[in-house]
Structure formats: C-alpha cells, structure tokens
Design a protein around this ligand. Structure first.
Ligand SMILES: *[C@@H]1O[C@H](CO)[C@@H](O)[C@H](O)[C@H]1NC(C)=O
Ligand SMILES: [Zn+2]
Ligand SMILES: [Zn+2]
Length: 348
C-alpha cells in the first residue's frame, strides 16, 4: 500500500513539526535552533555568506521576535478547511438529509473561536511596567522556591513580582506569565489565560465537529455504495473480500481532499485536546506552564545558557504535588476568570 505509507510519513512529519513548534517556540534555545546551528556548521562552508545570514535572520524573526506569521498560517489553514467543508462536504451532507442546523454549527463555532482568538491577540496579558509594578508586587507571595524576593529584571530594571517572567520575544515583564504563544503572537499571562483557554476549547470543538460531520458523510457513502460487500480478484485469480484498507484507499482516491482534510482535523483535534486538557489541569492546580517547567527542572542554566536571571539552576524537583499558589479548585478557577487586581499595601 504505497500511498498509505506515504500518507503515514506525511502525517508523521507534520505531527513532529507542529509538536516541535508548539513545545519550543516560547523558549530561547530550541531543538530547532540547535539543529539549525548544527546544519549551518555542516553546510556553512559551502553556502554563500548572504544566504547564511538570511536564513539565520528569518529563523530569528520567526521565533524570537514578534511577528504575525503564525496568525496568517492559522487563518490560511482555517480558510482551506472551511472552503473544503462548504464546497464539498456541505453539499454531500445536504443530499443525505443532514439537517441545516447541524450543518451550520461549524460556522457558529467559527464565529465564537474568532472572537476569542481576537481577544487573545489584542488583550494585554498583564504587562508590568515601572509605573505599575508597585501594585503588582503584592498580588502573589514569593514561594521562595521558584520566586524569591529582591530579584530584579535586568532588562526592565524593577523588582520582579512573584510568578512574573520577562518575555524575551515581547521584551517585557508579564504578570503570572504562562508562555509566549506564537499562534496568537502574544504572551499568555494572568489577564488573558481565560481567553486562551476558551480559544483552545473552541478550536477543539470546531475541528471535532467538522471531523464528525465529514466522517459521518464518508460512512454513509461507504454503506450506500455497498463496498463492505465488495470483493476483488487477486493475482492468483482468487476472490478476496475488500478489507477496510481497500475502502480507505478507495475513499482516498475518490475524495482526496475530503479524506485529507479529515486526517488533518482528527490530528489537530487530538493534539489540541491534549494541550487544552493539560492547561485545564494547570488552571485547576493554579500553576503556570512556566512554573510547571521550572519545578521539573526543565530549564537549567547549564544546558540553557541564555536562561533569564530569575531562574534557579537546580530547583529541587517538586514531586510532592503540593502547589504553593493553589487555593482550592473553585478559587483557582475564579482566579483565571476574574484575575486579581493590583494591591497596594502600606506596610511590608
Ligand atoms: C501596566 O501599565 C501598562 C502601560 O500603561 C499597561 O499596558 C498594563 O496593562 C499595566 N499592567 C497592569 C497589570 O495593569
Ligand atoms: Zn523584564
Ligand atoms: Zn511574549
């Protein structure tokens, strides 16, 4: 089955790329840049200087400076999926008497998702500046494990509030910093984690819903066409029943775009659902991704030479499952949806 092998390889490559981008885009020394530096060393002597500089520059622009590339990519993928859905799946489903209501759900989800996507991009994640740092300092206590009092941000030149971090991409300190998300070209911090969560859940719902409608349609087509009963004559002249692989191959050859879209959607759904569940877990235990990484000792200055000054070289890995900032499930949820405002303390 040549095409299946090819298809599997393709899916694997895309999966690896997206996983790498998702996992490492917020960090400074990524496997991508390490790989790139290695390749640059190997092919360096044979390529012109200007080409080298250009590729280094573009990689830097892509991951270490704010830019809208991933937002455009996101919109492009969305347009492709919705065009395919509207022009092919919608028509087929209408012929099969799927109700208009269920066929319009993807468009409603699209509107909801776009709303949260917009909020993620536009809303301030909780930028800390010289003028409002004093109010931010008392929102959270220093846990004296990951965050210690008296640490100054070398770039912004003020005392870092507990749970804040300097985003090297945006070049600012962010309150309750979670991570820098390239897909929305913004930091995810105390004030927009709620939009980020809702955005992820709406993308999951969107991908899941279109995938279900498409899968349902293909299933109907298979059942109608009687493929399950079909058989073919193999090279020895024997009659063989058509297996599921045969059906998949037939569908792929008859509706290449639809099957391809379905594969993409299922993949996106599982990837994002996993990520969304991880973030929901973090919300429930009141931890940020930044703290999650740090408490597991994932960013160590020895292997991570560009790590920021606030970071501990060897934090004792936290296996105790006690979370310093956790105040119970409901309060933790409340903290995400109603972020605490600046507190001004007279004493201390
Ligand atoms: C601090 O001030 C900056 C600049 O005025 C503003 O963008 C930001 O939202 C403020 N941060 C908070 C947490 O209020
Ligand atoms: Zn800073
Ligand atoms: Zn950022």
């Amino acid at each position: 089955m040549d095409f299946l092998t090819l298809f599997a390889i393709y899916v694997l490559v895309v999966l690896t790329c997206i996983a790498l981008v998702c996992k490492y885009s917020g960090q400074q020394q990524t496997p991508l840049t390490t790989l790139f530096n290695f390749l640059a060393k190997v092919v360096g002597p044979f390529t012109p200087k200007c080409l080298q500089r250009f590729s280094q520059w573009s990689l830097h622009r892509l991951f270490h400076e704010r830019n809208n590339m991933f937002i455009y990519l996101h919109i492009l993928l969305e347009v492709a999926v919705y065009a395919e859905y509207t022009y092919e799946v919608f028509g087929f489903c209408r012929e099969m008497d799927t109700t208009l209501t269920s066929l319009s759900v993807p468009y409603i989800l699209l509107a909801i998702k776009t709303f949260f996507f917009y909020l993620c991009i536009k809303r301030d994640p909780g930028t800390v500046t010289k003028s409002n740092v004093s109010g931010q300092l008392h929102i959270y206590k220093y846990d004296r494990r990951l965050f210690h009092p008296g640490v100054t941000c070398p770039t912004c030149q003020f005392l870092k509030p507990a749970r804040s971090k300097h985003c090297s991409v945006c070049n600012r300190c962010v309150q309750r910093f979670d991570h820098h998300c390239v897909w929305v070209n913004n930091c995810i911090g105390g004030r927009n984690t709620r939009y980020f969560l809702l955005y992820m859940f709406s993308v999951c719902a969107m991908a899941g819903d279109i995938a279900l409608l498409t899968g349902d349609m293909l299933l109907h087509l298979v059942l109608q066409s009687g493929f399950l009963m079909a058989s073919y004559i193999d090279e020895h002249g024997q009659k063989q029943p058509a297996g599921p692989l045969f059906i998949v191959q037939h569908l792929f050859l008859t509706f290449p775009r639809i099957v391809f879209m379905l594969g993409f959607l299922v993949f996106v759904f599982f990837l994002l659902a996993g990520y969304a569940l991880f973030h929901s877990y973090l919300v429930l235990v009141n931890q940020t991704s930044n703290e999650w990484y740090k408490s597991r000792g994932y960013s160590c200055q020895h292997c991570h030479p560009t790590a920021t000054a606030d970071h501990l070289c060897n934090p004792a890995p936290d296996r105790s499952k006690t979370y310093f900032y956790s105040r119970g499930l409901l309060k933790n949820l409340g903290e995400i949806f109603f972020p605490p405002q600046a507190v001004h303390k007279k004493d201390n």
